[in-house]
Design a protein around this ligand. Structure first.
Ligand SMILES: Cc1cc2nc3c(=O)[nH]c(=O)nc-3n(C[C@H](O)[C@H](O)[C@H](O)COP(=O)(O)OP(=O)(O)OC[C@H]3O[C@@H](n4cnc5c(N)ncnc54)[C@H](O)[C@@H]3O)c2cc1C
Length: 531
């Protein structure tokens, strides 16, 4: 097996991984080289598909901005946000957004050169900055990818999947990486590992997340013995496009559309959100999602509709060119026609317990971005706060991560040798249809561990998932990405289900029909291998 060594290994090339890599190598004391390992082509990630924008407070424009952003975020977090973390992120938004803008991720501005802001659900003022109107993620990722490609201090291994972390008593020393095309393993040794591998959307039947979001980081960190926190909190987005031809990836119709005045209608053509909440279409995502499900159940339909025709068509075309194009190619003119929408799994709120600088319960293992549970979002993420957390957290990690000498010693020991040994074995034939198994798991998670949960459905899911985990218990190496992804999806699903069972209350994005009330005391859920 090939062996390489780097001073830092970054796993994932979404906004968190790319920004962290750039900021680490920009440090004056950085020596040696940094490696980015990424499962898909460089930059392919959830980040790339972000539409609405990034929440930010630019002091010049917004009075009382930071304190209002803090209070909105804490309110949405339903008792589980840490005020110190929220304050740090909100207070640093201006700096990181200006930095991204100067790196070529240009945010939309007015004729005076001031940033333009949109309104997002749960935000009390317009504070969502956007780029390329509704292509914020694409603009940011393109700029960061360019930076990374131009850096002589960064090497890239695209289409390569981290399948296990190299863990010993001395902490995390690298990872085993599997090349998709060559089907070869590499042992990557590094002084520290930054895991920025994003979320879990693909464990659900319908999701807004692209194909790479299979919970790999959750599984890798869990197998390595890291502590996970609040992983039962999964955010479902209420408005994803429903097309006649069923696809598991549902195209997102950004919340910004409702921010501009888009209305939800049921199949009888009635606006219904006022029955569920005073804030109507701009209520938090869990409320809008449950309202949509309730209307769909009443009418036995598979979707509701978004109506934009009351908004001036020039505004629609200017603000939502990508959504317009996507719908148009599917025969829907959003300036006139109703858009069929339903909910889809969107964002993992909890994850691997980490400080804002990425520090985890394992030495030299750092976790940032959607994968991290930093207590910023609490029990419910506010729209557009995710990109912000990713950048602020990546920036803090780059400031705090200890950098070691240029001559990295390979600190191998028996534990690491035995991990490597497993992957040196000859490949075994494997005829398992992992596509089919993945789809069965997605169906189970959608039906039993979705937005409305209860003991019976959760227990049934838990029992089934445990049986499936037993089936692949003795399997160590797989012949392609699909096998590893299925294993990772099973592990992530098991943890989500277990923690959803344990949380016997409804709070934020976690709703239990058998425990519909919120307990007075807000407590976190922790889970670790063997505990
Ligand atoms: C459609 C959509 C729209 C959104 N809109 C917004 C928005 O407007 N505002 C907002 O704040 N948030 C938005 N979000 C959420 C936000 O985009 C994500 O939470 C955020 O971008 C996550 O960034 P990340 O870097 O942590 O992970 P990702 O961007 O998901 O990056 C993860 C990376 O890790 C790689 N990877 C995964 N597993 C492995 C492995 N085993 N080995 C190697 N590489 C691996 C992936 O290929 C990918 O490159 C949206 C999400 C989606 C899906």
């Amino acid at each position: 097996m090939r062996t390489v060594k780097y001073s830092t290994l970054v796993i994932g090339s979404g906004i968190a991984g790319l920004y962290a890599a750039i900021k680490i190598v920009q440090r004056k004391d950085f020596q040696g080289k940094l490696l980015i390992v990424t499962k898909c082509p460089l930059g392919e990630s959830n980040s790339r598909y972000a539409q609405g924008g990034i929440a930010g407070v630019i002091s010049k424009n917004l009075k009382d901005g930071v304190s209002l952003h803090i209070s909105d975020t804490i309110k949405s977090g339903a008792g589980l946000s840490n005020p110190n973390v929220v304050e740090y992120v909100a207070a640093n938004s201006e700096r990181v957004i200006n930095d991204l803008d100067s790196m070529g991720a240009e945010f939309d501005k007015d004729e005076n050169g001031d940033y333009l802001y949109a309104l997002g659900g749960g935000h009390s003022v317009n504070r969502v900055l956007h780029a390329g109107e509704d292509s914020t993620g694409m603009v940011i990722i393109n700029a960061l990818v360019q930076f990374v490609k131009n850096s002589p201090k960064i090497d890239i291994m695209p289409k390569s999947m981290a399948v296990e972390l190299l863990i010993s008593n001395n902490g995390c020393k690298g990872a085993i990486v599997f090349d998709k095309d060559l089907k070869e393993y590499t042992s990557v040794y590094s002084d520290s590992v930054v895991l920025a591998s994003g979320g879990i959307g693909q464990v659900y039947k319908y999701t807004t997340n692209p194909y790479g979001a299979t919970g790999d980081g959750v599984a890798l960190a869990y197998m390595a013995g890291a502590k996970l926190k609040d992983i039962e909190f999964i955010q479902f987005h209420p408005t994803a496009l429903v097309l006649n031809k069923e696809t598991k990836n549902r195209y997102l119709i950004s919340e910004a559309v409702r921010g501009e005045g888009g209305k939800l209608l049921n199949n009888s053509g009635e606006e219904f959100m006022s029955k569920y909440s005073d804030k109507k279409e701009l209520s938090s995502r869990d409320i809008v999602t449950r309202a949509i499900i309730s209307e769909m159940e009443k009418e036995q339909s598979s979707n509701v509709y978004l109506k934009l025709s009351d908004i001036n068509s020039d505004i629609i075309l200017k603000r939502f060119p990508s959504i317009w194009k996507k719908c148009k190619t599917n025969g829907i003119d959003i300036t006139k026609d109703l858009i069929p929408v339903a909910h889809a799994a969107h964002y993992m709120i909890g994850g691997v317990e980490a400080q804002l600088n990425g520090k985890t319960s394992i030495d030299d293992l750092y976790v940032i971005g959607e994968l991290a549970s930093t207590e910023f979002h609490g029990a419910n993420r506010l729209a557009s706060n995710s990109l912000l957390e990713c950048v602020v957290s990546a920036d803090k990690l780059a400031q705090d991560i200890p950098l070691k000498s240029e001559n990295i010693e390979i600190q191998s020991d028996n534990e690491i040798e035995s991990i490597i040994e497993k992957y040196s074995k000859t490949e075994i034939q494997d005829d398992t249809n992992y596509h089919e198994l993945k789809n069965q798991l997605r169906e189970l998670m959608w039906n039993n561990v979705g937005i409305i949960r209860n003991e019976k459905a959760l227990t049934e899911a838990k029992n089934k998932i445990e049986r499936l985990l037993q089936d692949c218990k003795n399997k160590v190496i797989y012949t392609d990405f699909n096998g590893y992804e299925y294993r990772n999806m099973l592990i992530a699903s098991n943890l989500i289900t277990e923690c959803a069972l344990r949380r016997k209350e409804s709070r934020g994005a976690h709703y239990r029909s058998d425990y519909p009330y919120t307990k007075e005391e807000a407590i976190h859920t922790y889970i670790r291998k063997g505990e």
